[in-house]
Design a protein around this ligand. Structure first.
Ligand SMILES: *Cc1c(COP(=O)(O)O)cnc(C)c1O
Length: 374
């Protein structure tokens, strides 16, 4: 079986360094809010190019805390609207509703599967305070029109960068394009911890300070609480692991691109649509560097294709099977209809791609796919 993602193998590459980092933290006797966290935060800010990076407990918290800080700071109020792509992972939307803000779902673009920036303006109302872009599957969701819109309507742009660490648009890294960004270091993400972890990056010092306090009971000074905060901290041990793995992220992302180009050039089956429209493979957006967190194909007979791949020992996943607005958790949004989002959820299939796969494995999957008959 070719596994979808072999986390054991991914971390085995760095086992000696990871074990060393763990020993150092154990021996230090200091487990939270210490030197390992500051050191990782500095390295992350430096890597992204942002003035601030704040380690938090996970990616969902990163996004929740950005919005909570904006509410505390008076930038937005409960009931205000945040524009977000309808086909995102539910965490983006949970961060909005958890803060009693209203998610305004907008359809993605049929080729990029990222937020259709051309549709945004029609959804802007006097209550709109932010746009949350999601760099889904590792692909940048950004253009000049988006920044112009944000400026015109005085909107904050929040990046959900959970899937795209290392991606770039015109030489600027995702996480440094908008006003603030949330990162996830969930083990399966391109930069994965050995447990839960996340971060916020921003160039706004006041926002950074506020988020830092909010994640630590609303306190900047022990036992002095300025805000009603949460407990959302990035453990020293996870920070130490992440600092080890951050060194390798560019090489790993580069290898993902190499594997992705094998898929893009090798899959030739009229029943399978590649991540970019036909014939425009490398011209889709010359400004961006994709990091291929996921390699997502589309097929009208998706379930049949998935069964066929399983029968041929290739493990695949679906990102995602049910749109957020069709989930029971969002019963009040179940009546809303996003036709393209529905179609995408019926057609997408994620193929194995990871820094520990071999080119041979990819070629094997390509030939299996080319023999598929819908
Ligand atoms: C993984 C992910 C999150 C949430 O991250 P966690 O660390 O699991 O909380 C948010 N948004 C997107 C798009 C994700 O893929």
């Amino acid at each position: 079986m070719i596994k979808f993602l072999d986390l054991q193998k991914i971390n085995a590459q760095y086992a000696a360094e990871l074990k060393q980092a763990a020993s150092e933290v154990i021996d230090s006797g200091w487990f939270l809010m210490g030197e390992r966290l500051s050191s990782f935060e500095n390295k992350l800010a430096n890597y992204i190019g942002s003035k601030n990076a704040i380690g938090v407990a996970n990616g969902l918290d990163a996004l929740r805390l950005i919005l909570k800080a904006y509410i505390d700071m008076g930038v937005m109020n409960e009931g205000d609207e945040v524009i977000v792509p309808a086909n995102t992972y539910i965490a983006s939307i949970l961060a909005i509703t958890d803060n009693r803000l209203k998610p305004v779902l907008v359809e993605p673009n049929d080729s990029s599967l990222n937020l259709d920036i051309d549709l945004i303006e029609n959804h802007i109302t006097p209550k709109t305070k932010a746009i949350m872009v999601v760099h889904l599957y590792g692909q940048v969701s950004w253009n000049e029109k988006l920044s112009a819109l944000a400026k015109k309507y005085n909107l904050k742009v929040i990046e959900d960068n959970a899937q795209a660490i290392g991606a770039e648009w015109n030489g600027t890294k995702t996480g440094n394009l908008g006003d603030a960004a949330g990162f996830s270091f969930y083990p399966g993400k391109n930069l994965g911890a050995l447990g839960d972890a996340g971060a916020v990056t921003t160039n706004d010092d006041a926002l950074a300070k506020h988020i830092r306090a909010l994640g630590n009971y609303g306190s900047n000074k022990k036992y002095v609480n300025e805000f009603q905060g949460l407990n959302s901290r990035l453990d020293e041990i996870q920070a130490a692991f992440l600092e080890v793995k951050l060194k390798y992220i560019d090489a790993e992302n580069q290898y993902r691109r190499q594997l992705a180009s094998l898929y893009l050039n090798g899959i030739k089956n009229p029943d399978i649509a590649l991540p970019f429209p036909e014939n425009t493979v490398f011209e889709f957006d010359k400004n961006q560097e994709h990091v291929w967190h996921l390699f997502v194909i589309r097929c009208k007979q998706r379930d049949k294709l998935q069964e066929y791949l399983t029968a041929n020992n290739v493990q695949t996943l679906i990102h995602y099977p049910i749109p957020p607005n069709k989930q029971q958790a969002y019963a009040a949004m179940n009546h809303l209809d996003y036709p393209l989002t529905n179609t995408i959820h019926d057609e997408v299939l994620s193929l194995p791609i990871s820094p520990v796969m071999t080119e041979d494995e990819i070629q094997k999957i390509i030939s299996i796919l080319n023999n598929f008959k819908a």
